[in-house]
Ligand binder design. Structure first.
Ligand code: NAP
Length: 274
């Protein structure tokens, strides 16, 4: 019987997840589907209520439903509970379970591309939105000693720093440059640099030390201004496409029973379709 999975969000047409899972379904010769579902916020609770009878093995949840999914699942896992959002759904003994694989995807990408990131002590995060929550959780798990969060809306950074506790410290964007010389790991989790988001913000990364690693979770465009500036300063960089690919692994394994591999071939396949 065909195993069905989905990704639900609004809007959904931009999602690269169907391409990614489609690649793996093909690669492993699995009789399965991964369907994009455009669901508005008011439609989402009923969709979840009827999920068991709808024939889906599970699926992904994306913007804007991740927090609502966390509230509505029968059983959030440890990562989802710490992050306060769910991006992966599956069934266990008839119960709807929710996990969050974004922190895993972030760490697995760095483990793959720049494994010495785990030696870092000080991290600087730009942005304090939904994605920043997963990154904070990943950095705390990796035992960073200081985590600075700089955000346009200081209040949002402050709330995050309070919620996640030590060693998180909140800042406004005015402090961003001042934080850079101590950064071992610098991460952009904000929409700055995204296609169609020109904030006019310019960076100077020449003040970072030469061993600092710079990563951006934005992957459209793949070479963001943040990463280009870091490369020009001679720093090691890691783009955000790897996070997208790695976060998809646990879900695929749960629904289709095969742990898929993140390969260069998959990366090229997605890059051609960005
Ligand atoms: P979000 O919750 O909407 O947060 C957006 C963040 O960007 C906030 O910190 C916001 O600051 C900041 N921002 C937006 N416009 C800005 C501007 N003009 N100037 C300065 N700051 C600005 O979004 P999110 O879910 O965290 O996602 C952020 C990015 O990460 C998106 O590009 C998303 O595609 C990407 N992402 C990638 C992956 C991956 O797998 N690679 C996973 C998740 C997300 P304020 O608080 O001041 O509004």
């Amino acid at each position: 019987m065909t195993t069905r999975a989905f990704v639900a969000g609004w809007p959904i047409s931009h999602s690269k997840s169907p391409k990614l899972h489609g690649f793996w379904l093909d690669r492993y010769g699995i009789d399965g589907t991964y369907e994009p579902l455009a669901l508005r916020e008011k439609e989402f609770p009923e969709f979840l209520r009827e999920l068991k009878s709808s024939g889906f093995a599970g699926g992904n949840v994306t913007i804007p439903h991740k927090e609502m999914a966390f509230e509505l699942v029968d059983k959030p896992d440890e990562d989802a509970s710490a992050i306060g959002a769910v991006n992966t759904l599956w069934f266990e003994n008839g119960k709807l379970c929710g996990g969050n694989t974004d922190a895993y995807g972030f760490s697995a990408n760095l483990d793959h591309r720049a494994p010495r990131w785990r030696e870092g002590k000080n991290a600087v995060i730009l942005g304090a939105g939904g994605a920043a929550r997963s990154i904070l959780y990943a950095l705390k798990q990796a035992r960073f000693e200081t985590i600075h969060i700089a955000n346009r809306t200081h209040e949002r950074a402050k709330n995050l720093a309070e919620e996640f506790g030590a060693p998180c410290i909140a800042h406004s964007l005015d402090d961003f440059s001042r934080l850079l010389p101590d950064a071992d790991l610098l991460i952009n989790t904000s929409a700055i640099g995204m296609k169609d988001v020109d904030t006019g913000m310019r960076f100077d990364f020449s003040v970072l030390h030469s061993k600092a690693i710079v990563t951006d979770i934005v992957y459209t465009p793949i070479n963001t201004p943040f990463l280009c500036t870091a490369s020009a300063a001679g720093l090691e960089t890691v783009d955000g496409l790897g996070m997208l690919m790695h976060q998809a692994v646990p879900g695929f394994e749960k629904w289709f029973g095969q742990r898929p591999e993140v390969t260069n071939e998959l990366r090229e396949y997605i890059l051609e379709r960005l």
